[in-house]
Design a protein around this ligand. Structure first.
Ligand code: COA
Length: 262
């Protein structure tokens, strides 16, 4: 990589300042992530005249085949809109292609700040111009009137085996209910593969009741599309299918998203 180098522990403070120049809350959240064990792994910084001016990185979700999520990506406000973000992302994308990466996903909010306007609009424009395609828009996700758009970029050609993915009788049980990080009132259920069947309508309604008690606004769930009975049970319980992340787990194995508005 010509312009990027791996982030080091001593970069955390200047990187915080880069993010803070764009958004103070994001800077605090990013700092908390960087300070976790392994928190700066797979993050990269960009320098100009000895000063860190940009940061980007990726994470690999579990149970997926060469799938990546783009993580904290910021250019210092003093250096934004000068082509630095494009250089940074092109290098990161090339790095993932060199690692034989398959799919890169990114989430973008449509938050409109009273003073600064649509602060993620440049990011959305940049991602689309780099070839990312919109896959799902979750309305009212981060907050009321703040949507989440998920985009994806294919990094290598699709496998020819992708067309014939059989349904699987995986047992799925819920094991938690929680507010999704970075959201105000968006909830989800934790789940694991256990037992001998898929959760029932009754299990779903217990979760919905608990979310209602916690004053959740909405519940967002996602499952592999090839898990039998999951989709029909959720739909029968009042969830709506809200979109699909194609080829998320591997080529041909998609992730279905479901939403229940409370
Ligand atoms: C996204 C970000 C990293 C891009 O870095 P950058 O150095 O400004 O990027 P570049 O200068 O290479 O490109 C910016 C592009 O956005 C366009 N742009 C700028 N403001 C825009 C706006 N309000 N609406 C739409 N497009 C906009 C520019 O015209 C440019 O596009 P072009 O190359 O086609 O002309 C930087 O803007 C940033 O830190 N934003 C805030 C944080 C953020 O949104 N991070 C991503 C979260 S998912």
């Amino acid at each position: 990589m010509n312009h990027l180098r791996e982030m080091q522990p001593e970069d955390i403070r200047p990187v915080f300042e880069v993010i803070e120049s764009q958004d103070e809350d994001d800077a605090e959240e990013a700092l908390a992530c960087y300070q976790e064990i392994g928190g700066i792994m797979d993050n990269f910084v960009m320098e100009a005249n000895g000063r860190i001016i940009g940061v980007t990185g990726y994470a690999m979700p579990p149970a997926c085949d060469d799938t990546y999520w783009l993580e904290w990506t910021y250019v210092h406000d003093d250096y934004a809109n000068q082509g630095n973000g494009r250089i940074m992302l092109n290098e990161l994308i090339q790095h993932l292609k060199d690692k034989n990466g398959r799919m890169l996903f990114v989430k973008v909010s449509d938050y409109v700040d009273e003073e600064d306007g649509a602060i993620y609009a440049a990011a959305l424009h940049l991602y689309k111009s780099l070839g990312f395609k919109e896959q799902i828009i979750h309305k009212d996700y981060y907050d009321e009137d703040e949507a989440q758009t998920i985009l994806s970029l294919r990094l290598r050609e699709s496998s020819s085996l992708a067309n014939d993915v059989p349904m699987q009788d995986c047992p799925v049980q819920f094991n938690a209910i929680f507010e999704i990080a970075d959201t105000d009132g968006a909830y989800s259920f934790g789940w694991h593969e256990e037992g001998d069947a898929v959760f029932t309508n009754k299990d779903v309604s217990i979760g919905i009741q608990q979310a209602r008690k916690d004053e959740a606004r909405a519940i967002f769930l996602s499952f592999p599309q090839n898990y039998s009975k999951v989709s029909e049970t959720l739909i029968a319980s009042g969830f709506k299918h809200s979109g699909t992340l194609y080829d998320y787990f591997e080529d041909g194995v998609h992730e279905d998203h479901f939403t229940y508005v409370l």
